[in-house]
Design a protein around this ligand. Structure first.
Ligand code: ATP
Ligand code: MG
Length: 554
C-alpha cells in the first residue's frame, strides 16, 4: 500500500489523501462555496465491498468539508436494471451509516439529455449514423491506425434532427441507427473517434416504462448528470481516466456547470472476485445461497455474516485512496472488524467440538452460579451468570493425552482452570475402540474458587459449558469463497469458478452457555477463545465472522 492515507505523520496525525488536497485547494481559492459529491451506482446488482469503499469516500469527503452527497442511480441501460437492486442499494448505504442529500436517477434527466443532444446536432457536433455495430467498430481504426469517417457523417443538421426525432419516436428497430458525437476519427484517444451518444433499445425501463426507446451511453450521460446536480468533485475509479477528456468535452460543448472528474484506484481484495457480473453468476447458478450469502463480498453478505458498519468504515479509511491499482489483504478487513468487536462485543462460552468432562468430587445434581463480565474491558460493567455442574463439555483440542511440556491445557495428572470457576485436575479418561477420548474425569479444588481469598494460579484456562444447561446451536464456519489469493491474476480463458473453495462452509453442532440466548447486543458476540460469531438473521445459525487471532501484519 503506497500513496495512501494509511501513512501517518510522526505525531500520529493523519495525512491528507490527494482528493482532500484538491478539495482544500479548491475551497481556499474560492472555486466553490461548498463541495458536492455523488455516489452513482448502476442498479444492476447488489453493492459489494468495493462500492462500500466508494461510498465511504464520497460521503466521507462531503461530510469532512461540510458538503453534500447525492445518491444518483445510473439507470441508462433498461435491460439489466431493476427496482430490486435500487432498494437493496439504498438499504446498504443506510446501513453503512450515510445519508444522501438527494435521490436522483439518470432517467430523471432523459428529457434534458435529449434536448442537449439536439443542441449538439444543431451545433454540427452530432450526427445520426446508419452503420451497423460491426461497421462502426471497424471504422474506428486501431491504436496505431486512424479511423475512417462514416458515410453518414456529413448529413445536414435538418436531416439529423429529423432522424434523431424518428429514432426517439420508435420508427427504427434496435441497432438500425445511433447518434454519434462528431469529433475526430483520427484522434489519438480512441474514445474521441465519434463516440456513441444514443442507441435504440426497445425495452421497458424500470422507471420510465415504455416512454423511451433510445437510451444514452455512459459517456454522454454521466458528466451531464453530474453537471445537472452541480457535482463539484465527481470521483470514479481509475479505468475511467481515459474517459475524462470526453467528460470535459461534452460539458464544454454544452457550456454547462463544469463538474470535474477525479480517479482513484478501485479496491481489490485477496481471495475475492468483485465484479457484479461474476457475483450474479454465482447467485444465478446456485454456487452460493443468494446475494447475501455470508461468504459473498456483497454488503448484504458481510452484514449477514456479522461485519459491522463501523469496521467497514475503518477499513475504508485504512485502505486510503491510492492512485495506482493494488490488492488489499483480506486480513486487513478482518483486523478492522476485530478492533471493533474486541471493544464492544459480549463474551460467552461455547464449545464447538465437545468432549465430556466429569467432576468426580462434585455432588450429583448440584449447580453453582458464577458472575462473568460481558466484556472484560469493563469488569465492573454488566455481567452474565454462568452455571457450573458435575458434567461439562470442553473443547476436544483442550485435552491431550501425550502432551508436550509447553502444553498448558488439560492433560493426564495436569491442572487447568475452568474459566471463571475452579481449578480441576485430570485423574483419568476413557477412549473408544478407535482411540478417541470419550470422557475425562477430574477432581476440583474447592479452595481455588475465584474471589475466595488466596488464589492459586495455574498456567492454563479453558472454556466449558454445563452439559444439562447448555443450548445446542448450529455454528457455521467459513473459509474464503475462493482458494486463490490473486483472483485478479487468473489468466484469461481460465474459469474463475475453478477456484471455488469446496470447504468454504462447514456446518457444525455446538453447545453454548444459556446466557447467549438472552443477548440483546445486536452485534456479533465473542465465543471466548474461539472467535466472533453473529446470529444469522435468516436462519438463526451462528456465523463465524472471524477468528480471534490476527493474521495481518501492520
Ligand atoms: P462492477 O465492475 O463491480 O460491476 P461497477 O463499476 O460497474 O462495478 P457501478 O454501479 O457502476 O459498478 O459503481 C458505482 C460506483 O462505485 C462507481 O463510482 C464505481 O467507480 C465505484 N466502484 C465500483 N467498484 C469499485 C471498487 N472495486 N472499488 C472502488 N470503487 C468501486
Ligand atoms: Mg459501472
Amino acid at each position: 500500500m503506497e500513496d495512501n492515507s494509511k501513512a501517518t505523520a510522526a505525531e500520529g496525525e493523519r495525512i491528507n489523501n490527494f482528493l482532500e488536497d484538491i478539495i482544500e485547494k479548491d475551497l481556499s481559492e474560492g472555486k466553490y462555496q461548498a463541495i458536492q459529491t455523488r455516489f452513482p451506482p448502476e442498479p444492476n446488482g447488489y453493492l459489494h465491498i468495493g462500492h462500500a469503499k466508494s461510498i465511504c469516500l464520497n460521503f466521507g469527503l462531503a461530510k469532512k468539508y461540510g458538503g453534500k452527497t447525492n445518491l444518483r442511480f445510473d439507470d441508462t441501460n433498461p435491460v439489466k436494471e431493476d427496482t430490486e437492486y435500487v432498494d437493496s442499494i439504498k438499504e446498504d448505504i443506510k446501513w453503512l451509516g450515510f445519508e444522501w442529500a438527494n435521490e436522483f436517477y439518470a432517467s430523471d434527466y432523459f428529457d434534458q439529455l435529449y434536448e442537449w443532444a439536439v443542441v449538439l446536432i444543431k451545433k454540427g457536433l452530432a450526427y445520426v449514423d446508419d452503420q451497423t455495430q460491426e461497421e462502426i467498430r471497424k471504422g474506428r481504426g486501431t491504436v496505431t491506425e486512424p479511423g475512417v469517417n462514416s458515410p453518414y457523417r456529413d448529413r445536414s443538421v435538418e436531416e439529423n434532427l429529423r432522424l434523431f426525432q424518428e429514432m426517439k419516436d420508435g420508427k427504427y428497430p434496435d441497432g438500425a441507427k445511433v447518434l454519434r458525437a462528431k469529433i475526430d476519427m483520427a484522434h489519438p484517444n480512441m474514445l474521441f473517434r465519434d463516440p456513441l451518444m444514443y442507441r435504440i433499445i426497445h425495452a421497458d425501463h424500470h422507471r420510465t416504462g415504455s416512454k423511451w426507446c433510445i437510451y444514452p451511453m455512459y459517456d454522454y450521460a454521466h458528466g451531464q448528470c453530474d453537471s445537472i446536480g452541480h457535482i463539484t468533485h465527481s470521483i470514479c475509479t481509475l479505468e475511467f481516466d481515459v474517459h475524462r477528456p470526453l467528460y470535459d468535452w461534452f460539458i464544454q460543448a454544452l457550456d454547462i456547470f463544469p463538474s470535474h472528474q477525479y480517479e482513484f484506484a478501485r479496491l481489490n481484495l485477496t481471495y475475492t472476485v468483485m465484479s457484479k457480473r461474476k457475483l450474479l453468476e454465482l447467485v444465478k447458478n446456485g454456487y452460493v445461497d443468494g446475494w447475501d450469502d455470508p461468504r459473498m463480498p456483497t454488503i448484504c453478505g458481510i452484514r449477514r455474516r456479522g461485519y459491522t458498519p463501523e469496521s467497514i468504515r475503518m477499513f475504508a479509511e485504512k485502505v486510503g485512496v491510492a492512485k495506482r491499482d493494488n490488492i488489499i489483504d483480506l486480513s486487513l478487513m478482518e483486523w478492522c472488524l476485530r478492533q471493533d468487536l474486541n471493544a464492544r462485543s459480549n463474551r460467552y462460552m461455547a464449545v464447538l467440538d465437545p468432549v465430556k468432562l466429569v467432576i468426580d468430587n462434585w455432588e450429583d445434581g448440584k449447580v453453582e452460579y458464577f458472575d462473568a463480565p460481558l466484556n472484560p474491558a469493563d469488569p465492573e460493567g454488566p455481567s452474565r451468570k454462568v452455571v457450573f455442574a458435575k458434567e461439562l463439555y470442553i473443547e476436544r483440542a483442550d485435552f491431550m493425552e501425550d502432551a508436550p511440556k509447553k502444553y498448558f491445557r488439560l492433560k493426564p495428572d495436569g491442572e487447568v482452570r475452568l474459566k471463571y470457576t475452579y481449578i480441576v485436575k485430570c485423574v483419568s479418561f476413557k477412549k473408544d475402540a478407535d482411540g478417541n477420548v470419550t470422557e475425562i474425569h477430574c477432581t476440583y479444588d474447592p479452595t481455588s474458587k475465584p474471589g475466595a481469598g488466596e488464589r492459586r494460579s495455574v498456567k492454563g484456562t479453558i472454556h466449558w459449558v454445563a452439559v444439562d444447561h447448555a443450548k445446542e446451536i448450529e455454528a457455521r464456519i467459513f473459509d474464503t469463497l475462493f482458494t486463490e489469493e490473486q483472483m485478479g491474476a487468473i489468466p484469461e480463458g481460465v474459469d474463475y469458478k475453478n477456484y471455488l473453495n469446496p470447504k468454504s462452509l462447514v456446518i457444525t453442532k455446538a453447545y453454548a452457555e444459556p446466557a447467549l440466548e438472552e443477548d440483546k447486543s445486536g452485534i456479533a458476540v465473542q465465543f471466548e477463545r474461539v472467535g466472533y460469531f453473529f446470529k444469522d438473521p435468516k436462519n438463526g445459525a451462528y456465523n463465524k465472522v472471524t477468528g480471534l487471532k490476527d493474521t495481518f501484519k501492520m
